[in-house]
Design a binder for this molecule. Sequence first.
Ligand SMILES: Nc1ncnc2c1ncn2[C@@H]1O[C@H](COP(=O)(O)OP(=O)(O)OP(=O)(O)O)[C@@H](O)[C@H]1O
Ligand SMILES: [Mg+2]
Length: 314
Amino acid sequence: MDIQEVIKWTDEQVLFNTGKRLDSLQKSILEGVWQHQNYEEIAKNNLRSYDHVKKEAWKLWKLLSDVIGEDVKKSNVCSLLEQAELSNVSSVLDCVQIGVGNGNINICGENTRSHSPPNSPQAKNPSPIIDLTDAPELLSFYDRTSELSTLKEWILQARARLITIYGLSGIGTSAIALKLISQIKTEFDYIIWRSLGDTPTLSTLQIELKQFFSQLQQTPLPTIIDYFRCARCLVILDDVHNIFKTRQLAGQYLAGYEDYGKFFKQIATSSHQSCLILLSWDKPREIATLEAENRSTRALHLKGLEEQATEILK
Ligand SMILES: Nc1ncnc2c1ncn2[C@@H]1O[C@H](COP(=O)(O)OP(=O)(O)OP(=O)(O)O)[C@@H](O)[C@H]1O
Ligand SMILES: [Mg+2]
């Protein structure tokens, strides 16, 4: 296994657990030990004293012991990190199902799932942490097979980071998103549905999302993007049209809500392993530009059901 890959993975684990990244000396110590160097050689290569490197290495082994839950030492660090990365273990303890209409809501007392770095193959998570308390209830569902496979292709293969599903009121955007969640939930660590029906400001929404993501974190992370990098999160924002002006060009934000546009753009353009789905009557303004630039952004215009509509009416 490549040491740079191991360092990157370890750095993500440390960030996820402590909110801090590995510093350059910690990375050099890992790299040196990986190459079978002793502390004296590492100290010489990094222009540091032997005592300093030994002390920092001891602190690093302690930090990694806390992060991966094993007694890490110089002699076993390589094999333990390799094993931890390879197994990408999901071990979810003390899960309590608080389920609502749509089921499968797990709030866990402790989660020691190791998170993959962005773009690495992701092991399925049998117990994602899901909060659908803000979602409508889905009693039955018909068809939408081709739309569902398009959405799955965008999320699972193309790794789209920002998806908008839009269409006339009542066309079924919430319904298809709920169906989609039931089909792909094990691909994610966290899934949360939040309606913008009560027009929360962006900062209120971000506080709520951070609270949800940080329930298993020892140290809260500074931004939503940090959570999006450390874990595979799926966020569904429903009723996004509520933050748009009515009787104006489609997708223009209400005064005081323009920062949502920047937030959506940041989700689309930053590197991370998560996905934000917007459900709306209109496409937000910046989506078309991001789509054209191919910035991991997709939009699905949901149209009416044809013969299946008869089934729904029945
Ligand atoms: N494919 C489907 N199969 C069965 N029922 C569906 C389907 N699509 C939509 N419905 C039903 O139609 C109704 C409206 O759907 P939904 O709430 O998803 O629409 P919407 O586009 O989210 O509407 P709004 O814009 O008002 O939020 C719901 O009762 C939903 O269960
Ligand atoms: Mg809806």
